[in-house]
Design a protein around this ligand. Structure first.
Ligand code: CA
Length: 232
């Protein structure tokens, strides 16, 4: 059974989350303040943490940052209540995996949890290199020839989804499910635009991609022609 730590100080929301997630088949533990959350997350291997931002004793940003600094890689979904909080999470510097804006529907949160857990599936190396591109999954950072590549959070998610499936075709629908969440109304054209932007940033000749390949009429596939590249 997958274990989820819910960090939320408002009893009604915490109770609702506990009930919803238990019904979904998860084992749920609730922490009501940031310090308890930090301690529990460091001493217990949870599969995922749902982390509110506004918390007594230590806010969610500090909890997230400290866990990552401490080497805890448990996926984190932040619950944000204000636009500034969302922007901060989207900056990705904190190491959160996703965010959900309050008020949220249980369905939406469950879809995000599933997507994040799928992305966190264990076959992902910590780093992956292809050509002169170096992806550090634990930091969510990408470098090319040693220099940081400025990817948007969505571009990073698209790249990670393709890398996780490397060698396999991902349809646009699969990409949408994994990157934006199941049931999101994103058009194929939006996916194609993100792929084009990614190619501009990581391919030597974006018009003749070597790694991010189109599979005509079906979707995309990441292929590494220098197979058996370094995985650490
Ligand atoms: Ca709160």
């Amino acid at each position: 059974m997958l274990r989820i730590l819910v960090v939320e100080d408002e009893p009604a929301i915490a109770l609702g989350l506990r009930n919803d997630l238990t019904l979904e088949g998860y084992a749920v533990e609730v922490a009501g303040d940031g310090e308890t959350a930090s301690r529990r997350a460091a001493e217990t291997p949870f599969d995922l943490i749902v982390l509110d931002v506004m918390l007594p004793r230590k806010d969610g940003f500090a909890v997230c940052r400290d866990l990552r600094r401490g080497g805890v890689k448990t996926p984190i979904i932040m619950l944000t209540a204000r636009a500034q909080e969302t922007e901060k999470v989207l900056g990705l510097g904190l190491g959160a995996d996703d965010y959900v804006t309050k008020p949220f529907s249980p369905l939406e949160l469950c879809a995000r949890i599933k997507a994040v857990l799928r992305r966190a599936a264990p076959d992902l190396p910590v780093r992956y290199r292809f050509g002169d591109v170096d992806v550090d999954f634990s930091r969510g950072s990408v470098r090319r020839a040693g220099a940081p590549v400025d990817l948007t959070p969505i571009e990073l998610k698209v790249l990670v989804a393709l890398l996780e499936a490397r060698g396999r075709l991902l349809s646009r629908d699969q990409l949408i499910d994994q990157v934006w969440g199941a049931g999101t109304s994103i058009t194929d054209r939006v996916v194609d635009n993100h792929i084009m932007n990614l190619r501009r940033k990581i391919e030597e000749t974006p018009a003749e991609p070597r790694y991010l390949l189109s599979v005509r009429g079906l979707g995309y596939r990441f292929e590494n022609p220098d197979d058996n590249q370094t995985e650490t």
